[in-house]
Design a protein around this ligand. Structure first.
Ligand SMILES: Nc1ncnc2c1ncn2[C@@H]1O[C@H](COP(=O)(O)OP(=O)(O)OP(=O)(O)O)[C@@H](O)[C@H]1O
Ligand SMILES: [Mg+2]
Length: 248
């Protein structure tokens, strides 16, 4: 079942064509890797899909509906959740409370009673989500003091609290040790049941282990798409990354 169909998305910032005609499809039950060097347009593409930005051209269909002009919160209600490249937990609140906030939001949208008698259930659900992302032992800690790897896990738990059909993960592996990254990859692999996941990642090799399909962007365009193994060997992909090394 196709969840997301983005067609010919374009977004320009002043003189920079950040996204220059991107197509992206995501089906339920798959992890799609959205790969590309710095500045390729990955985060901008996420912003166009999640509704943080409106495209100059193109369309976004989600669950068969045209959501191109919808504000972000309506798309979130329909089932698009995202994590941010730089984790943004509510630093003063505990890890558990950080998950309770989006759970309360999800309850609101379903017009469930928000009264105190619902709270124990929400706490139980928040704890379940923390178990799912491996943070149960840190539930009472202030979120701001978690190490980066755990903040990234918390981001995933907060996004899952919205019970998304499509989960957009913006560089959940960046800045992590290999060991932390492997832990998150395992977590991501377990998410795909029933929902679609788009994983933005810079490092081709790391991401492709978990992806069912890869879409590679460079300079605002999709330069390769297909099975991870084929994409990894694609000369255009190799060239995009070599160019980046030469720039560095
Ligand atoms: N709000 C903005 N205003 C101006 N330029 C922007 C804005 N957002 C992105 N850009 C530019 O658009 C291009 C694409 O940026 P984007 O953040 O989408 O890339 P990315 O693939 O996510 O890169 P990275 O791997 O570094 O996160 C870059 O040249 C960036 O500088
Ligand atoms: Mg980015």
């Amino acid at each position: 079942m196709t969840l997301l169909e983005a067609r010919n998305l374009k977004k320009r910032f002043g003189g920079v064509q950040a996204v220059a005609g991107v197509d992206l499809e995501v089906r339920a039950g798959e992890v799609v890797g959205l790969i590309g060097p710095n500045g390729a347009g990955k985060t901008t593409t996420f912003n166009l899909i999640a509704g943080a930005l409106l495209p100059d051209e193109g369309s976004v269909r989600f669950l068969g509906r045209d959501v191109t002009r919808w504000p972000a919160h309506r798309r979130a209600h329909l089932g698009i959740a995202r994590t941010f490249q730089i984790p943004q937990p509510l630093a003063e609140l505990s890890v558990l409370e950080n998950v309770l906030v989006p759970l309360a939001r999800a309850a609101l949208r379903r017009v469930l009673p928000l009264g105190p008698y619902r709270r124990p259930e929400r706490i139980a659900r928040a704890r379940e989500l923390l178990v799912r992302v491996g943070l149960e032992a840190h539930a009472e800690q202030p979120a701001g003091r978690l190490p980066l790897g755990m903040k990234k896990r918390l981001e995933v738990a907060r996004a899952l609290a919205l019970e998304p059909r499509l989960l957009l993960l913006d560089e959940p592996l960046a800045g992590l040790t290999l060991r932390e990254a492997e832990g998150i990859l395992e977590l991501i692999a377990g998410l795909r049941e029933g929902i679609g996941v788009v994983l933005v990642e810079h490092n081709v090799r790391l991401a492709l282990g978990v992806c069912d399909r890869a879409v590679v962007m460079d300079a605002g365009r999709v330069i390769a798409a297909g099975p991870p193994e084929a994409v990894k060997r694609d000369p255009r992909v190799i060239r995009a990354y070599l160019g980046e090394e030469a720039d560095a």
